[in-house]
Write a protein that binds this ligand. Sequence first.
Ligand code: IVH
Length: 671
Amino acid sequence: MIAINENIERLRDTIRRHDKKYYVENNPEITDYEYDQLIKELQQLEKAHPHLITPDSPTQRVGGEPLTQFSAINHRIPMLSIDNTYSDAELKEFDQRIKRMTGIDVHRDVEYVVELKIDGVAITLWYEKGLFVWGATRGDGFTGDDVTANLRTIRQIPLKLESVDRSQKIPSVVEIRGEIYLPNREFQRLNEAREESGEPQFANPRNAAAGTLKLLDPRITAKRRLRIFRYAIGHVEDSELSTHLQCLELIRGFGLPVNPHTRVCENIEAVIQYCNDWEKKRRDLDYLVDGMVIKVNSLALHEQLGATSKAPRWVISYKYQPERAVTVIEEIVTQVGKTGTITPVANLSPVLLAGTMVSRATLHNFEEISRKDIRVGDHVVVQKAGEIIPQVVSVVKEKRDGTERTFQEPVMCPECNGSVQQDGVYRRCHNPFCPAQAKRRIIYFASRHAMDIEGFGPALVEQLVDKGLVKDYADIYHLKHQELTDLERMGEKSSSNVIRAIEESKQRGLDRLICALGIPNVGTHTAEVLAGHFDTLDALAHATHGALEGIYEIGPVVAKSIVEFFQDKHTQGILEKLKAAGVNIRRQTIPSSEKNPKISGKSFIITGTLQKHSRKEAEMLIKQQGGRIVSQVSKKTNYLVVGEDPGSKLDKARELDVAILDEETFEKMIR
Ligand code: IVH
């Protein structure tokens, strides 16, 4: 019995360690699939020994049944708001007010802690004896919603506090406050999936995070990958703290993420400088920052300053102006997506917004056009929703002169004249042979995160489909060199390159192939999850609803999409063609004994000529040891391997700060 108990505890510790690696250190050691296997193993052990289940077990994150409503929680210490400032002068006034109220000489400095103001949802977490007991939203500041079940699904929220270096005592009671947010990448992923499944999109990551926290079914919350930064202690027992920085250190000591860009500033001038520094830099982050929060460091001064009914006097925010601009809608065009969704898009007179020229904005759907009464020729206010997707906020109606035209919603598919049906707020073309849909699907199939066929871009696809040479993505594999050279802008050399790239893509791997198929609701990540569970494409194609839903990250909507996709006769024909063309439909497993930790999970590009290996050999070695080959240098690329006569990729890698390896270092790595 003891042995089982120990086994279970050891497994839980392993899982918690991986949670930390993934969400706190941002440096996962194992794949999501391997993680799921550990959870499954633990679930099975706990099922066999239910009396050994503890509330802090990682299996308890995703609770049972959906709630019918949230219960209310009274905040012991109110969750107040923060007063806003918008200028350097107002920050100086804040500093002077603090000195005036606490009797500090005007010539002396007050020390501040400056933090990024994360644009998410405020939350408070209550721990007793180190165990997570409940968590709640801010609500009206005095009473919030008990969203414990949803918070438990967030892997960045430990169910049990542990001291990182074991030196720190866990307080008997501690309440930690912070901001829940959805990373921009996740927001985009979520909105893409919602668009595909015909659900309304979220306007920005904050709304998405708030909506996700308020879901009554924690199983859906679990799939959305919310994150958290902590920034304050609400209530704490038996702990002596005298500065705000010490509060943050205490939080960090429990291994809980505090934003790394937090800075102590010795006076208000340094605060102003730091706020100005972040005005632009914040746009490089993968989460939204709408300002900075400036906090007096000394907790004794907090006591002295107190609070108004609305906000404490020792804290203020410095808000960045949302980036908006006014421009004219030149025309409204429609786009047909790969699943037939018809989306209206506004072509704008180009305007500078958040550092980039914007000439297009999504209008989301036709309902939105009528709701906002948007007409062609209108002056409109545009903004980057969460500074990601340019959006039309409102119409400047005073500027209308009567020449503006209302937009007629399409009654037929604008590309193939096929019939259009309303599907939720969306309109869809239902013609399975619609060439516009086919083009989008083929472009997606060949794109970088799918089959990565270099040179197979939109211009080429356009010509191939229009000429009838390619009707679906399986036809790509029957293209002949001569057929390509006959096309516009395709010489001998580029045709050979494309043919070679097509050939190479046959071995891209099962995850890439699943992604490339364009199954509604299945993007890169879900494709990886599926490839981890099924050995071949056929096994996935025959999977039942139940089997799919049994996979940790797959829900009913995705399961339904997959089943419907593979049941379609038209799709089945295309898949047969892919197989006949020799596209690899099996998972290539790399035994973990052969994985090289320096290479595994890392992305590589090779440029120039290597002495010891041909390019192909080097790429094979990387792949064999668990690494990936990518075709273009991006910020996400881990290494550029440089041989003789390197190309422009070297400049690009230097520009983006990608690690550069010479052949010798690379050789040492792969050995
Ligand atoms: S401190 C009384 N620190 O901003 C002070 N708040 O506009 C408690 N926020 O409700 C909050 N980043 O949701 C603090 N680093 C940060 C923050 C932060 C974002 C949010 C928080 C608060 C809102 C006020």
